[in-house]
Design a protein around this ligand. Structure first.
Ligand code: GAR
Length: 189
């Protein structure tokens, strides 16, 4: 299975997947990292790992369709089977959704459908709920919607700070996402 990973920021989930591939725990090839933010730290990680990077911002294009058509060109060229959104902070448009129907997965740091959006961890923390978690799901036209593939709960402890909760959520993400990608690789065989 050939995958492309899309990231917009730190890239710790990208790193976890790349490490799992290198360790033989995920039977996939990372064709490239796509980054919509030329200064994102994820790009530095990819360079260190010798993973090809493709980066451009939507600003360069007339509209979202033109932007996504350019992405699609790279996905086609590299014969990518699965698109993995790992902190890609954009809504996926019809161009990519149609071309990669049911072949785009996203990770989100909450128990969806609770707390979608950009601040899933903080929103759960501030809501005072006893537990939150991590969701991996197929992407559709909504924000953090689409059929759920895997979910894992994370308790919010009485002495948690936002930072301590973030750390535990990320630990779960870095374990769960490679596991799900490996399951999808098995199915793709
Ligand atoms: C992750 O926590 C991911 O779940 C979240 O962004 C973070 C990216 O971290 N995604 C969303 O909130 C999607 N709505 P990373 O760049 O270190 O992988």
């Amino acid at each position: 299975m050939r995958i492309a990973i899309f990231a917009s920021g730190n890239g710790s989930n990208f790193q976890a997947i790349a490490d799992a591939v290198a360790a033989g725990k995920v039977d996939a090839t990372i064709a490239f990292l796509f980054c919509d933010k030329p200064k994102a730290f994820a790009i530095e990680r990819a360079k260190k790992l010798n993973i090809p990077v493709i980066t451009f911002t939507p600003k360069r294009f007339e509209d979202r369709m033109a932007y996504e058509n350019e992405i699609l060109k790279h996905l086609d060229e590299e014969a990518v089977d699965l698109v993995v959104l790992a902190g890609y902070m954009r809504i996926v448009g019809p161009t990519l959704l149609t071309a990669y129907a049911n072949r785009i997965v996203n990770i989100h740091p909450s128990l969806l459908p609770s707390f979608p959006g950009r601040h899933g961890i903080q929103d759960a923390f501030e809501a005072g709920v006893p537990e939150t978690g991590v969701t991996v799901h197929l992407v559709d036209e909504g924000v953090d919607t689409g059929p759920i593939i895997a979910q894992e709960k994370v308790a919010i402890l009485p002495d948690d700070t936002l930072e301590s909760l973030e750390t535990r959520i990320h630990q779960v993400e870095h374990r769960l996402f490679p596991q799900v990608i490996q399951q999808l690789a098995e199915k793709n065989k």
